[in-house]
Design a binder for this molecule. Structure first.
Ligand SMILES: Cc1cc2nc3c(=O)[nH]c(=O)nc-3n(C[C@H](O)[C@H](O)[C@H](O)COP(=O)(O)OP(=O)(O)OC[C@H]3O[C@@H](n4cnc5c(N)ncnc54)[C@H](O)[C@@H]3O)c2cc1C
Length: 364
């Protein structure tokens, strides 16, 4: 959907038929995206919260991070969908079809999409259907970032509205790396999300229990209402997702745009969409678009995933130290893949040296 917005904003594709096919009408607030930027981004109109200060709670440490020149921004799924659908509805060449996609193939120099009822053919198909999980091997890791969040409303002020919590590790680490993040909308309303980086999902009631405990024991909030819920699973993997097969181009998580070590994807999707549009304008095809995360970052993340998978260093030690020993802006730039090799080595050297060296050698 966002790729279509990027295409039409360029002013060059109003004569091309654009079909968006999704099984979901996109009428529910099914997710909340957060990401950081130094300047207004392509969907600035729908940013509903922004913070320049964020917190990290280690097991015993508390860090208050000043993010400037970055802002940590929040977009509600429903605002994003409404914005895109409204924008696209102004163009006569765009059609939104609500249908299950059964198969996508290359045939006779075109890409063909088989729907529940009927089929569609196109010069290019940009495919963001969720990828199938892949079995882990010694060097190929497939962990899951899985979470459940509640937007809660409290009777008494319980949140500092101008500080988001990136990670709070003061929860049981029994299942593996586990933390809570908080995105406050006001002092009495916030999204509180219980998150794990592990290779197995929990039973549904375990997420609820994690949230309940955190809210009562750590936030010390007794009276609250759950206004909304969201949940999700994002693969954290170094699997080399192909960029295309013939005229089928992969994007989103299926295109390898999820940063393996963090699960952050939104901004990479927007950067890649912009690169696809530039390639189409310049060359008449999308193949020259470069993925936004440089290849060497997949190696760094492979090492981290290996450590998390084997449990050689607890995740809370790694993530707390990353922010404790580096400037927050430098870490965010690193996570965006916008650092030089020298800056990356400096950041990596702040992590436990021998476990990372050993994991790097094994990963090679
Ligand atoms: C709850 C949640 C919160 C997240 N929060 C963040 C965040 O804060 N920051 C961040 O950077 N990333 C976040 N992510 C990760 C990532 O940004 C999102 O998952 C993002 O939506 C990925 O985009 P996508 O295009 O790959 O997949 P999606 O946006 O999930 O799009 C895939 C589409 O395929 C459709 N579909 C699936 N199967 C079929 C089928 N057979 N036929 C037709 N349609 C089908 C689905 O309906 C869906 O609309 C979050 C993910 C989730 C689930």
């Amino acid at each position: 959907m966002s790729l279509s917005v990027h295409l039409l904003r360029s002013g060059k594709f109003s004569d091309k038929k654009i079909l968006i096919i999704d099984r979901d009408e996109k009428k529910k607030n099914d997710r909340t995206w957060s990401f950081w930027e130094t300047r207004p981004g392509p969907f600035e109109e729908v940013v509903s919260r922004r913070w320049t200060r964020t917190r990290i709670h280690g097991k015993n440490e508390f860090l208050l991070l000043q993010l400037q020149p970055y802002e940590y921004k929040l977009i509600r799924g429903i605002d994003f969908y409404n914005y895109c659908l409204d924008y696209l509805s102004r163009f006569g060449n765009v059609e939104f079809i609500v249908s299950d996609i059964e198969r996508i193939i290359n045939e006779n120099g075109k890409a063909k999409v088989f729907l529940q009822h009927g089929e569609a053919e196109a010069e290019f198909v940009f495919n963001s259907l969720p990828p199938e999980p892949v079995s882990q091997t010694n060097r190929m890791h497939w962990l899951l970032q899985h979470f459940k969040g509640w937007i809660i409303e409290t009777d008494e002020p319980a949140f500092t509205a101008d500080e988001a919590t990136l990670m709070d590790f003061r929860v049981s680490q029994h299942h593996g790396t586990t933390f809570v993040y908080i995105k406050p909308f006001s002092s009495c309303r916030a999204l509180v999300e219980y998150t794990l980086f592990t290779d197995r999902l929990l039973r549904p009631e375990e997420y609820d229990e994690g949230l309940r405990r955190y809210i009562s024991d750590i936030l010390q909030v007794k009276n609250y209402r759950i206004a909304e819920t969201e949940s999700g699973v994002i693969p954290m993997t170094n699997f080399p997702f192909p960029s295309h097969q013939g005229r089928i181009l992969f994007t989103g998580t299926a295109g390898g745009l999820t940063r393996p070590s963090t699960g952050y994807t939104f901004r990479f999707i927007q950067k890649y969409a912009s690169a696809l549009v530039q390639s189409l304008i310049r060359y008449g095809h999308p193949y020259a678009a470069k993925k936004p995360l440089p290849r060497r970052h997949f190696f760094y993340d492979s090492v981290l995933l290996r450590i998390l998978r084997k449990g050689t260093v607890p995740g809370h030690v790694i993530f707390t130290r990353l922010f404790q020993r580096n400037e927050p802006a430098a870490v965010l730039r690193f996570l965006d893949g916008e650092t030089s090799l020298a800056q990356e080595l400096k950041i990596i050297s702040s992590l436990p040296f021998f476990p990372f060296l050993k994991a790097a050698i094994r990963q090679l």
